[in-house]
Design a protein around this ligand. Structure first.
Ligand code: SF4
Length: 98
């Protein structure tokens, strides 16, 4: 199963080519989400991670970015691939202590 940085080719994961701009994206280092939807760290649950860097700028909280994430191709692909086993937003937020 591919993580967001492998699909989006953002280069913002540890060791990626674009970490000098804004640093490493928190989705790629969020260990509490490791394994969620078969992803590495938050790589397949990035919509619940605050401060991700999609589109080349730092995004806000889960609530603030929800609308754009719901329209994201990667989000839709994860939901499709995981089907009924896709981890609910509530479950993901619980992992984050939110
Ligand atoms: S959430 Fe966006 S910016 Fe962050 S690693 Fe995934 S694709 Fe890249």
């Amino acid at each position: 199963m591919r993580n967001c940085w492998e699909v989006k080719k953002c280069g913002r994961q540890p060791g990626g080519g674009r970490t000098a701009e804004l640093g490493v994206c928190p989705a790629a280092t969020e260990r509490r989400l490791d394994g969620a939807n078969h992803g590495q760290n938050g790589g397949r649950s990035c919509w619940t991670v605050a401060g991700t860097m999609c589109g080349g700028k730092v995004q806000g909280t889960y609530a603030g970015k929800l609308a754009s994430c719901l329209a994201c191709d990667f989000y839709k692909a994860v939901c499709f691939e995981e089907g009924a086993h896709c981890e609910s937003p509530r479950g993901l937020l619980n992992r984050l202590g939110l």
